[in-house]
Design a protein around this ligand. Structure first.
Ligand code: PLP
Length: 455
């Protein structure tokens, strides 16, 4: 009998009171973001026109290792955190592996994912600055939902540009957002110049995340008292998401467990970056070593097949340029069901850690991912989000490898959310209609050919 419980909870007084900024411990920092017009590093003043001032400061700060979490945010966190770190005893038994598998479950809140951790922080700073509201985009809908909850808590107006195909295919996501008081517009819309242009250039288009971002930025800069907020990719978001990794580390330390592998799915890199940051911090300071794995869909393989270069973060090219692993801002991934992983680029922090060889990456095909999701749902009782299931798949593969080698590795993975709004995807899987599409080298090369030229 092991003494480790199925669920390791932390007491309220054990919860982290600061976020950790992994950039502070990086000797070679992620490259600065650039102004899209001048191609010079963005200044705080320029960035403060788009983002709340406090968030702009966090975005540009690569020196301060710890940021105090404001009390109001801590109070909100206490409603749904700490999230449990679960020892997957049942899954271990099912796989017959000597490995010890742990997962950090972030689906225990109404938004159903980790995104609320940053949404509440961003809404808080907007409120504190005296703003009327914020604008954002949402693809699959998780971020829009999280932000709607956060804005309603702080009584802020919330304007969400939702990728048109999701708006039509996921009416229930849309209604959750509206229930929390958000204003949801299908993108591309006729509200913004960039939306009108995209509609004129591509009649009948069902939109993309890059296009919705451009619309949301334009809407923010065009209205007094509004700023733009983003749910992934940015370093401020990774900072807020470090709460996931910090809690995980505290929980493991409480039982004297040293992780061997840390695994997370990677779309824009925020949950992965947050989960791994305290572990990578130890690696950077030479205190410990871990095998860290980023898992991405084979249909949108920015780390494993993209290029490390400056690129636009959005289709309309209004956002700052970031140096990142990218497939090109014009890359349109095939209709993969893990909407949260369909972004052409990757957080500049995750990209730099990958480039330095501190983490590795792998890609998996969606049918395999859904098989793993089903196995997991049956044995661990949680119906996982398709995005999260990418990490499940690789954690299971790693555990099966241990079965062959007899190694008792401690495998930790991030279970970012639940899949209740993804039943169309599960339906396709159950009906054997799911397709695996992998872009060809030519398609990727074509998209990369339009990268901006930056010295
Ligand atoms: C958005 C989302 C992701 C991917 O976003 P990251 O920024 O890469 O973490 C993963 N899982 C779920 C459930 C999501 O909603």
């Amino acid at each position: 009998m092991s003494e480790i419980p199925y669920k390791i909870y932390l007491e309220e007084n054990e919860m982290p009171k600061q976020w950790y900024n992994v950039r502070a411990d990086m000797e070679k920092k992620p490259a600065p973001i650039l102004n899209p017009q001048t191609l010079s590093p963005v200044t705080l003043q320029e960035l403060s026109g788009i983002f709340c001032e406090e968030l702009a400061k966090q975005e540009l700060d690569d020196k301060t290792p710890y940021f105090d979490i404001p009390q109001e945010i801590l109070n909100f966190y206490k409603m749904y955190r700490p999230s449990p770190l679960v020892r997957a005893y049942c899954l271990e038994k099912k796989l017959g592996t000597p490995a010890h598998i742990y997962y950090k479950f972030e689906g225990n809140n109404t938004s159903g994912s980790h995104k609320l951790n940053s949404a509440i922080a961003q809404a808080y700073y907007a409120k504190k600055q005296g703003l009327k509201g914020v604008t954002t985009e949402t693809g699959a809908g998780q971020w829009g939902t999280a932000l709607s909850m956060a804005c309603s808590y702080f009584d802020l107006d919330c304007q969400v540009y939702m990728v048109k195909c999701s708006y039509e295919q996921k009416p229930f996501r849309r209604e959750v957002m509206r229930t929390y008081g958000a204003n949801v517009t299908p993108s591309p819309s006729m509200n913004t110049e960039v939306g009108r242009k995209i509609n004129a250039d591509f009649p009948g288009t069902t939109g993309s995340l890059g296009c919705a971002i451009s619309e949301a930025v334009e809407a923010a800069t065009g209205q007094d008292g509004y700023r733009y907020v983003l749910g992934s990719v940015l370093t401020q978001v990774l900072l807020h998401q470090s709460v996931i990794g910090l809690e995980t580390k505290i929980a493991l330390d409480k039982y004297g467990v040293k992780a061997d592998q840390v695994i997370g799915c990677a779309g824009g890199g925020s949950n992965l970056g947050g989960l791994i940051s305290p572990f990578v911090g130890q690696m950077l300071r030479g205190e410990a070593d871990y095998d860290i794995i980023a898992v991405e869909p084979a249909s949108c393989p920015s780390l494993t097949r993209g290029k490390y270069a400056y690129d636009f973060c959005d289709t309309g090219k209004v956002c700052p340029l970031a140096k990142m692993y990218t497939l090109g801002s014009g890359f349109i991934p095939s209709a993969n069901h893990a909407g949260g992983l369909r972004y052409h680029g990757m957080s500049s922090v995750v990209s730099e850690l990958y480039d330095q060889g501190l983490i590795r990456a792998t890609s998996v095909e969606q049918t395999e991912v859904f098989k793993a999701a089903q196995t997991f749902a049956k044995i661990e009782g949680i119906l996982p989000a398709p995005e999260s299931s990418h990490a499940i798949k690789v954690a299971m593969d790693e555990a099966l490898k241990c079965k062959e080698t007899g190694e008792e590795k401690n495998i930790v993975f991030g279970l970012t959310g639940t899949g209740y709004f993804d039943m169309v995807a599960y339906q396709k899987f159950n009906d054997n209609e799911m397709m695996d599409y992998i872009p060809t080298d030519e398609e990727i090369a074509k998209s990369l050919a339009s990268l901006p030229e930056v010295e």
